[in-house]
Design a protein around this ligand. Structure first.
Ligand code: ADP
Ligand code: MG
Length: 244
């Protein structure tokens, strides 16, 4: 039987997982995984498609209780999963306030949208938003809850290179200001190396490698140390056939 425990752990850790496993029929999506994330730590979960990233994030987001093991997760957590769900008949500012208690406070929505650079779109209908704006709206919504843990599942995967670069810089700034722990699932080694304090490489439901990144921020992809780091991560990701 799965043992489940969700508790507010703000003081000690944002996440504490012990021996977590999740199977779907014969497929073992998560395989006896241990993980601790410190308060305010930015962790990237790097893995190829099918390695188990989304399954792990769903467990942390309390969207899946069919796992085994013990999961302790900060109770104030926010999830920005693609595609962000926006209600089509509500203007953006009202969408951004969804799930928040109390009367809709336009000023609060406006401030949250300004923080992600789309205050001018407050009155837009969701279908009029670009993909990059929709992602920014999802971040604004997630941060309005003042989370201790922000879960992001490949948030920038569908963006063109320019929008992705801007969105990554935006996320770095938001994290610096809010200081919540972040777990960012990505298949992009460069994104992981740019943003994270620590990168976990995931394969077949297990963390096969992790490294702490000591490089100063903002990081420069042209820096030789950065290039070496990216190369190592790509090796572990399995981009180079036969590596590891
Ligand atoms: N609801 C599900 N039913 C059956 N298999 C699933 C389900 N969710 C995930 N899986 C399987 O678990 C493995 C990990 O999937 P996933 O967590 O989505 O990986 P990732 O997000 O890294 O691409 C895959 O083999 C996938 O097919
Ligand atoms: Mg996924």
């Amino acid at each position: 039987m799965p043992s489940e425990l969700y508790r507010n752990l703000n003081v000690h850790a944002a996440v504490e997982l012990r021996e977590i496993s999740r199977s779907f029929g014969p497929c073992r999506a998560i395989d006896r995984l241990d993980l601790t994330i410190r308060p305010g730590e930015f962790v990237a979960l790097l893995g190829a498609p099918g390695s188990g990233k989304s399954t792990l994030l769903r467990i942390l987001g309390d969207l899946d209780r069919g796992f085994q093991g013990e999961a302790l997760v900060a109770s104030r957590r926010a999830i920005a999963f693609p595609p962000p769900r926006l209600t089509p008949w509500k203007r953006l500012w009202r969408n951004v306030l969804r799930d928040l208690p109390g009367r809709p406070d336009r000023g609060r929505a406006q401030a949250a949208l300004a923080e992600v650079g789309i205050a001018h779109r407050a009155d837009a209908w969701p279908r009029r938003l670009s993909q990059a704006e929709t992602q920014r709206a999802a971040l604004a919504h997630a941060l309005l809850g003042d989370p201790d843990l922000l879960l992001l599942d490949e948030p920038f995967a569908g963006l063109d290179a320019l929008s992705r670069g801007k969105a990554q810089a935006l996320l770095a700034g938001l994290w610096r200001r809010h200081r919540c722990a972040v777990l960012l699932a990505t298949r992009d080694a460069e994104e992981a190396a740019l943003l994270a304090d620590r990168v976990l490489v995931m394969r077949q439901g297990a963390i096969i490698h992790q490294e702490r990144i000591a490089l100063d921020r903002p990081r420069d992809p042209a820096d030789p140390d950065f290039a070496r780091l990216r190369g190592r991560l790509l090796d572990w990701l399995g981009v180079v056939p036969g590596a590891h």
